[in-house]
Every structure is written in structure tokens, then in C-alpha cells.
Design a protein. Structure first.
Length: 410
């Protein structure tokens, strides 16, 4: 194993033994090979030069290039290089396995022979004390002592292929082919914790690079002040794409926290159906049943059968928050009863839903939220329907809404 810190500053000699300069950087090119060192960078005559990272030998005193390394060239400014010293060392990165943000203290390489060269391949980043010691003691102690001392400390490392590098420039992120696919596979609550730990610029860069559906799930988990910061940092069109993916009640809660001109701009860029749903919810006072409910539910006529309920669930397309209950309505859309999903699953397709129904415990849309938790507890509910003055079903409150309500009161 070779460490970036111990290689930095070593003299580079070409195949004839001529000294070129001291190593200033190691360049990778993620678009070609995410782990292979492509170039060694040194300074000579006041300019920075690059040469292919094709080594014949390496020791603690110098880097010896092989004959296939070619001729050094001036370092071009339009390259797609990931420079370890500039872009990785001391930078905050996302440890996907550890579900946290850490800082890089060193990069560890292995040396492999390939096509007449000894290749340097990045295998892991050091985020622990051993890497920090090597940084601190670089140039103070002889290299062999420095490596010996740091080896006495248990390393904390992350494999190269599983950490997420944070890049704030969208154009450069695309050029370096940096994505956050591994981060997106985590639970939204874990991603939210990571996003909240980042500085504002890095937070916006990571969140803005997530796919809209993932970003919507994460937005629902972060603190309100962070929600506001994230959405204000996006354009209205991008923000609208994310808000459209949220449950209507969550979307309304988020927009209600934004300045009026920002929320209006986002609403204007939303699709008409989603805009109408969210706009209707924004009309309700915050601490009422209407302010807590979502309009995303499944209801069928009171004359429907089990097969009709199954069809309605399939036609809903995407997962529905209150799908643990199907609601029965009369011809005037008034709520008549509710059927737990568990009863539907166990019944034959031609069974009338009315035969499986339970009494509908409901609240009016202007009901104070203080009474909602008591109803969930008293009737052991998973979903609570919300009705208007004519007893028409207008929305539902789910169990996770109650948990959020209780958390806010702590």
C-alpha cells in the first residue's frame, strides 16, 4: 500500500534517470477509469506539467517512470481530471455505508503491473487518525518513521468505489461523471441526516443532483428551515418537479413555510392537477384537520364489490398513503363506511364491500388538531377520514401525520 501523503513531494525521474521535478498532484480521470492514476503532475520552469503515470519502480525516495510513460506535456486546463490534492484531500465526502459525512485525510493506492507499467490504483480513502498523522508529520520525520508511526493507529478507511464525492459545480459534476446513485439507495431519513450535516453549498449541490422522486422523499424528512433553504436554492421549475412528487399534504406544508413569492412561483410551474390539490390544502388553517390531511386516498361507491376495490387500487398507479383503508361513498360523495385493506385481501372478488365495512369515524375539516391524536388512540385507527359540512369525504389523516404532530409538541 502506498499513501498519497508519502508520495507527494517525491522526485520524478524519467526512463533515462533524468529528474523532472517533484510530484505535486496525482490525476485520475473518472470518465475513463475511476481508480487508475492517469497522470503525475509536477512543476518545472514555473509551469505545471503532466506525464503518464506509468512507473518502472517506486520507493520511498523517488518515482521512476517507465519507457512507456511518454514525453511530459503542459497541463491542459480543459481536462476532465480529478486531482487528488485539490478535489479529494481535506474534502467532505459521503460515507454511504456509515451514513455520514466525513473528511478525507489520505488516499491509499496499490501498485499493479499492467501492459509494461506499474499502475497506481486508488483503493480507499483514509478518514481516520492514521491519515491525519501522516499529514501532520509529512516533512517533519523521515518517511519510514512517519509510516511506521501512523501504522500503530487503527485506520478508518472507506473503499474508493462506495464513497460519494461532493461537487458543487453541476457542469464539472457531469464532466467527472459524479452521481449520487449509491446515496439515493439509502432510506430517505438517512439521506436527510447526511444532507443536514453538509454545509449549505454542498447541501444544495447534493440535493439538486438527486432524482426528483428521491429528492421529494428526502425533503419530507429534513427540518423545515432546511426544506426552505433547499427549495429556495433551486429554480422554480426544478422545485416544482420535486414538490409534485410529494404527498399533497407534505407539499402544502413545505410551500406554506416559503416566502409567498417563492411558493407562488413553484405552484405556477406545477402540473394543473397537482397544483389544484396543493392549493386547496393551503387554504386550510395550519392547526386544523384540513391543514393536516392529504387528498390522496381511494374511495369507491358503497355498492362496490371487492373486485372493484382491487381495480381502483391498481388504477391509482403510484402508491397511495392511505391504502390501508378503502372508503365507501354514496351517490353524493358522502362518506358512508370504511373497509380495512386486510378484510379485502381475505375476501372473494364478488363480495360486497358493505359486508366487510366498519363504521366511519371521521372529523370535520375545521376540527382542531388537538383532538386528532385522541381519536387515533381511542379507536385504534391507522387512517382518519376528514369530511366537510355536508359529510363529503375531502381528505384523510394518516398515522404518520399523528406521529409528526406529537413530535412537534415535544
Amino acid at each position: 500500500m502506498y499513501y498519497f501523503t508519502e508520495l507527494l513531494g517525491l522526485p520524478i525521474h524519467d526512463a533515462t534517470g533524468r529528474r523532472l521535478g517533484r510530484l505535486r498532484e496525482i490525476a485520475l480521470e473518472p470518465g475513463r477509469d475511476p481508480t487508475l492514476a492517469q497522470a503525475l503532475i509536477f512543476r518545472q520552469g514555473g509551469k505545471r506539467w503532466q506525464v503518464a503515470a506509468c512507473l518502472a519502480a517506486i520507493d520511498r525516495d523517488r518515482l521512476q517512470l517507465g519507457p512507456n510513460a511518454g514525453t511530459p506535456q503542459p497541463l491542459a486546463g480543459d481536462n476532465a481530471y480529478l486531482l487528488l490534492g485539490r478535489d479529494v484531500m481535506d474534502q467532505q465526502i459521503i460515507d454511504v455505508n456509515g451514513r455520514k459525512v466525513v473528511r478525507v485525510n489520505d488516499v491509499d493506492f496499490e501498485l499493479l503491473r499492467h501492459n509494461g507499467c506499474l499502475d497506481l490504483r486508488a483503493v480507499q480513502v483514509d478518514v481516520g487518525l492514521s491519515g491525519a498523522l501522516r499529514r501532520l508529520l509529512q516533512g517533519v520525520l523521515p518517511r519510514r518513521w512517519m509510516v511506521k508511526l501512523s501504522s500503530l493507529v487503527r485506520p478508518r478507511v472507506i473503499p474508493w468505489h462506495i464513497f460519494n464525492l461532493i461537487e458543487t459545480d453541476p457542469a464539472r459534476r457531469v464532466k467527472l461523471q459524479i452521481s449520487y446513485d449509491a446515496l439515493a439507495r439509502l432510506h430517505p431519513a438517512d439521506v436527510a441526516d447526511i444532507v443536514e450535516d453538509l454545509a449549505p453549498a454542498e447541501r444544495g449541490a447534493v440535493f439538486g443532483a438527486l432524482e426528483a422522486g428521491v429528492a421529494a422523499d428526502v425533503l419530507g424528512e429534513v427540518e423545515p428551515k432546511v426544506q426552505r433553504s433547499l427549495l429556495e436554492g433551486l429554480g422554480h421549475e426544478k422545485a416544482a418537479d420535486i414538490v409534485e412528487e410529494m404527498e399533497p399534504d407534505e407539499a402544502a406544508d413545505v410551500l406554506a413555510e416559503l416566502p409567498e413569492e417563492v411558493s407562488e412561483g413553484i405552484l405556477q410551474d406545477m402540473q394543473p392537477e397537482e397544483r389544484e390539490e396543493v392549493s386547496d390544502l393551503l387554504e386550510f388553517p395550519e392547526h386544523t384537520a384540513g391543514g393536516r390531511m392529504t387528498t390522496d386516498f381511494i374511495a369507491v361507491p358503497e355498492t362496490a364489490r371487492v373486485s372493484d376495490a382491487v381495480r381502483a387500487m391498481r388504477e391509482a398507479g403510484s402508491p397511495v398513503e392511505g391504502v390501508n383503508t378503502i372508503f365507501l361513498l354514496d351517490e353524493n360523495q358522502r362518506l358512508k363506511a370504511m373497509v380495512p385493506l386486510a378484510r379485502i385481501v381475505m375476501a372473494a372478488g364478488d363480495t360486497p364491500l358493505s359486508a366487510l365495512a366498519a363504521e366511519a369515524v371521521a372529523v370535520k375539516e375545521n376540527e382542531k388538531e388537538e383532538d386528532i391524536a385522541e381519536l387515533f388512540d381511542k379507536y385504534n385507527l391507522m387512517t382518519l377520514p376528514v369530511v366537510d359540512e355536508q359529510h363529503r369525504l375531502v381528505g384523510i389523516i394518516t398515522f404518520d401525520d399523528v406521529i409528526a404532530l406529537l413530535r412537534e409538541r415535544r
